[in-house]
Design a protein around this ligand. Structure first.
Ligand code: GCB
Length: 643
């Protein structure tokens, strides 16, 4: 049934488009957002292929059958009351009609159409002509549409999006059909997941139409260093469409708007004396310090302008420390999901700011973008508010030999390239995570991750790379962690292992963390640990699923962290910031993973205050220690209120 689907994916995979700079208006570029209410229909035919057979993209979607209204951006799953649509697997079709501004017709310029993220495979047509195709969610893709737009008439934008997960997608999954078909309705099949989070799908982030001059800046790369009190900003600018030699005007401004350095070449070095460094500073009343690099290019007949925020900072890893600006940094963090309310994984500004405010309130100085790249708007906020990010790819749930095939590898390399290209200039991003909990006991995982990590290092030699390990494993059975610069471990002692037996944590967590350090001689982060807690369930003595059990479990882990913190341990990240949606199973109540210290509606469970107290206390102590001895640097502030 899904063969056709796969054929489409294979055909279009090669058409992946490149995407560089974040899409925003500048003096020389205009943006028109195409979000709002789109027309939508799911292809419920047995093979999910009717839309292609009948070429739905050649006419208005409403003429092909019944359509419904669908908000963009959002996941389509939780928008209606239809159970079929919530769990739909296969192609869904979106359509939007729009008029481009009349002034764009006469201007000599290029026009691009950009999808900032659609999950999972996407094919896009403009006025019936295919313009783009992209494999994988959570990362942008675009197409030039300058000569395909109708001016003075409506334009029809059609997108087909398929959320099927196969052994070769990231994340992977499988489709199975029942053996005894007579026991099931016609066409019955199951999409099996290898992760617990719900496979939200649809157009998740803004769709934008934007212009650039004929001569335009297609990419800017910024790498910073520090020498004494001087900040060094190395930049490299990529230009397209030059008709004659290009003149470059590069200016670096400080946060007060004063020009501090200038350049005149496509690449070069800018020196900033007495530089203000970018520091993690979640709880500071001051924002993180950012410079602005303003780039202007001209070739006699055209000009383009674009600016990027620059945080001057360095990141390094030693055997036992994670250094930011040469000072030891300790991650007081969380794992997250981009998941909330009825929007699913759709970009939502109120949730973004609420999460930011909650992170500050909790004293969180860092998070991992588990288990996929987050919206660029979130990365910008992290730059400005001084939140440290471990930026993770979509490679989660790789469990079987098939998941380490060459097909997956090629896609994984493409994902890393798209991710690094998109996020490389964010000072908040201090490390790339190439995967979460792959089955590293497989021999295949060794060569596979060597390739992925090596390739990531060629894309960005300035940041450490990690892969997050299912830490219950004994390190001697792991074939992949050795390729990372930092060991990131997920363990669930007293939850999945020895459920209900809190007394084992101190033994098991301590033995585990030490074993991994001993074997690999790299700094270690507890990247996940925690327990489900049903908000409002109280038991004494503490029992599993109660708020008290969650508190006690975290507290037992804290004892171990405090023991190893002075040795090789560089961070603790609770799983999870907030409860999140899962597939329906008989193990998770209400299709929720309840390991959040906040509910999915962002209300604190009892554990939130324990975390807040701990994170503020460690913050205070270490700031004082830092002031005295420069030991562990956590916040760039003078005083932090203790909760
Ligand atoms: C893990 C996974 C995470 C799950 C978590 C759990 O190890 O990395 O995605 O949600 O366990 O709660 O089971």
């Amino acid at each position: 049934m899904f063969t056709q689907t796969l054929i489409h994916l294979l055909i279009f995979y090669v058409l992946k488009s490149d995407c560089m700079l974040y899409t925003k208006g500048t003096e020389s570029r205009e943006v028109r957002e195409l979000g709002g209410i789109w027309q939508f229909r799911a292809d419920t035919s047995d093979g999910r292929n009717l839309g292609f057979e009948k070429q739905w993209y050649t006419r208005p979607l409403a003429m092909t059958g019944d359509v419904i209204d669908m908000p963009v951006p959002s996941s389509f799953n939780d928008i209606t009351q239809d159970r079929m649509l919530r769990d739909f697997v296969g192609w869904v079709w979106y359509e939007k009609n729009f008029f481009p501004p009349r002034t764009w017709k006469t201007a000599k310029q290029r026009i691009f159409l950009k999808f900032e993220s659609a999950h999972y495979n996407s094919i896009v047509w403009l006025n019936g002509k295919q313009v783009a195709a992209h494999e994988g969610g959570h990362l942008p893709f675009q197409a030039e549409v300058t000569h395909l737009l109708n001016f003075g008439y409506s334009n029809r934008l059609t997108a087909a999006i398929n959320n099927t997960l196969t052994p070769y997608t990231l994340p992977p999954g499988t489709i199975t059909y029942p053996k005894h078909q007579s026991h099931y309705p016609k066409g019955y099949f199951v999409q099996n997941f290898q992760t617990d989070f719900f496979n939200y799908a649809g157009i998740h982030r803004p769709v934008k139409l934007y212009t650039t001059p004929m001569l335009y800046i297609s990419d800017i790369t910024v790498v910073t260093k520090i020498s004494g009190t001087t900040g060094i900003v190395n930049y490299n600018i990529r230009v397209e469409g030059a008709s004659s030699p290009v003149t470059y005007t590069i200016r670096l401004f400080d946060a007060e708007g004063m020009k501090v350095a200038v350049g005149q070449k496509a690449s070069g070095q800018l020196n900033v004396s007495n530089a203000h460094l970018w520091w993690p500073c979640t709880m500071s009343e001051h924002p993180a310090y950012l410079y602005t690099l303003k780039v202007k290019i001209e070739d006699g007949s055209d000009e383009d302008m674009y600016d990027v925020a620059v945080g001057i900072r360095t990141v390094e890893v030693t055997k036992t420390k994670f250094l930011i600006n040469g000072k030891p940094f300790y991650f007081l963090g969380v794992g997250k999901h981009e998941d909330a309310d009825i929007r699913g994984k759709g970009l939502d500004y109120p949730t973004m700011i609420k999460d930011l405010n909650l992170m500050k309130w909790l004293g969180i100085n860092s998070f991992r973008t588990s288990h996929y790249p987050y919206a660029e708007e979130i990365m910008d906020l992290c730059d400005r508010h001084g939140i440290v990010v471990i930026d993770e790819s979509t490679a989660v749930g790789m469990k079987t030999v098939d998941n380490f095939s060459d097909t997956t590898l090629q896609h994984h390399l493409a994902v890393m390239e798209e991710l690094v290209t998109r996020d490389k200039n964010h000072p908040s991003v201090v490390m790339w995570s190439v995967a979460n909990e792959p089955n590293a006991t497989l021999v295949e995982a060794g060569a596979y991750f060597k390739r992925v990590v090596d390739y990531t290092r060629t894309l960005d030699g300035t940041r450490p790379v990690t892969l997050v390990t299912g830490g219950n494993l004994k390190p001697e059975f792991d074939n992949a962690a050795m390729y990372g610069d930092v060991i990131c471990l997920n363990t669930y002692f007293s939850w999945y292992g020895n459920p209900g037996r809190l007394e084992v944590i101190q033994y098991q967590a301590s033995t585990n963390l030490r074993a991994w350090f001993e074997k690999f001689q790299r700094p270690v982060i507890q990247a996940e640990y925690g327990s489900d807690a049903l908000p409002g369930l109280h038991t004494d003595p503490p029992m599993m699923f109660s708020e008290e059990y969650q508190i006690d479990l975290l507290t037992e882990y804290f004892k171990v962290f405090d023991e190893v913190r002075s040795e090789f341990f560089v961070g603790e990240m609770i799983w999870n910031f907030a409860d999140f949606s899962t597939a329906q199973t008989n193990a998770l109540i209400g299709a929720r993973n309840m390991k959040g210290i906040l509910t999915r509606q962002r209300q604190p469970k009892s554990a939130a205050r324990i975390i807040k107290k701990r994170y503020y206390q460690i913050g205070n102590t270490t700031v004082q220690t830092h002031n005295k001895e420069s030991k562990i640097y956590i916040f760039s502030i003078k005083s932090i209120p203790v909760a």
